[in-house]
Design a protein around this ligand. Structure first.
Ligand code: SF4
Ligand code: SF4
Length: 392
């Protein structure tokens, strides 16, 4: 998306266009039929008017609920979101083994001027050659001539913020017009990463995609505040805390409540919930403009109780207690991808495979007794055993 103003069309116009045939090129059956059925069924609750906030010093105006595409199998769902004013799509080189960028590329065909695309280099990339290779591959796979926000994937500390060779590559890519803004992502040790961005005298990075939800420590909110004051655009992820199945809770929408919780912080520009289908799209974008209420707080209390037996915040505190250096937080994140609302075994296995073999749960097999202690009371040995069965 360039500087052109977004020109969204409303739901009624969309259906009309679809019936006239134009949108059949945009939305192929059966997803097209599903989209129309969903919209017709929701006659009484049309898509909301989108709400936009400014993404830090980039100046980009972004819909407060934007599109996390990591789990989206059909480009048509993304296309409907764009038509409804969602104007930022987040993907990554790694998702679906590279296929996710292909899906996003198909989704934005003909709509590129209405949407910003954010993607991520591979988590291990840091040399000039690796960064350039990743970006060139992403451009080709996405079918675009520029990436609006390129992000270094999955930082766990300040080191990768300051690697000179990485910056050199990103600067070159910016000069070539292949990327517009640079960011980082973090879901572990978020405070250190956010502070590094704020403290950077060069202010090299423009955005931070950060795990932020109602379970986040107050220190994360403080670091977000500090980074936002330094002009860093803040994008919230993992807002729904893994999206765990909550059938036992009855008819509550903890997902909307969790999204609203993150968005009530004015320092957060937007959230990028992962949306697989029209039902999730409708549920998530409905919260734009909605206030966070006392009822939402009660919902989150109940959700919190329900997920307590398996929720890991990836804080990493337990890792100091493990003499073998197991990456317990990463193993638990991989398990969440397999067992939480994601149900994405390939992503879970890819995340697990990022750990060196000696830091996987395989190291626990002949451990005499687990010395790692979880601040939330999780049975770490049992989790590691589960990971070996599911992810190895
Ligand atoms: S069982 Fe616990 S202490 Fe032993 S290697 Fe595994 S995580 Fe570390
Ligand atoms: S298992 Fe517990 S201590 Fe370890 S990272 Fe997860 S929440 Fe933190």
């Amino acid at each position: 998306m360039g500087s052109a103003e977004h020109k969204g069309i409303n739901r009624r116009t969309f259906i009309k266009v679809g019936m006239a045939g134009t949108a059949t090129a945009l939305i192929a059956p059966p997803a097209f039929a599903e989209a129309l059925q969903q919209m017709a069924a929701a006659e009484s609750s049309p898509f909301p008017k989108p709400v936009y906030r400014t993404l830090g010093r980039s100046g980009l105006k972004i819909s407060v609920v934007s599109f996390g595409a990591m789990l989206t199998p059909e480009p048509e769902v993304i296309r409907v979101a764009i038509q409804q004013g969602v104007n930022y799509i987040d993907t990554a080189r790694k998702y679906m083994g590279g296929k996710n960028e292909e899906i996003v590329g198909r989704a934005v065909k003909g709509l590129r001027d209405k949407v910003y695309i954010a993607t991520k280099t591979l988590p291990g990339s840091q040399t000039k050659a690796e960064i350039v290779r990743d970006v060139e591959t992403s451009l080709k796979t996405l079918g675009t001539d520029h990436i609006d926000v390129i992000q270094l994937h999955s930082l766990t500390g300040r080191e990768r913020v300051f690697i000179a060779e990485t910056r050199e590559a990103l600067t070159l890519l910016k000069k070539q017009g292949k990327v517009r803004f640079c960011g980082v992502t973090t879901h572990q040790n978020e405070v250190e990463v956010l502070n590094a961005l704020a403290d950077d005298p060069e202010r090299f990075f423009d955005t931070c995609l950060v795990k932020y939800n109602f379970k986040s420590d107050k220190a994360v909110s403080a670091a977000i505040d500090r980074a936002a004051s330094a002009g860093i655009g803040i994008i919230a992820m993992k807002t729904q805390v893994g999206g765990y199945d909550t059938k036992g809770l009855g008819r509550i929408s903890q997902h909307q409540a969790a999204l609203k919780w993150a968005l009530q912080n004015p320092r957060v520009t937007m959230a990028i919930p992962g949306m697989k289908n029209m039902t999730q799209l409708r549920e998530d974008i409905a919260v734009m403009g909605m206030p966070f209420t006392y009822a939402d707080l009660r919902r989150l209390d109940r959700y919190d109780e329900a997920i307590a037996p398996f929720y890991c915040s990836f804080c990493g505190s337990c890792e100091n207690g493990c003499p073998r250096g197991v990456g317990i937080a990463t193993v638990n994140r991989a398990l969440m991808y397999a067992e939480g609302g994601y149900h994405d075994l390939p992503l879970a296995r890819a995340t697990y495979a990022e750990l060196p073999r000696q830091a996987t749960a395989a190291a626990c097999i002949d451990c005499a007794g687990c010395a790692a202690r979880c601040v939330n009371g999780l049975d770490i040995a049992a989790r590691m055993e589960r990971a070996r069965g599911t992810l190895a």
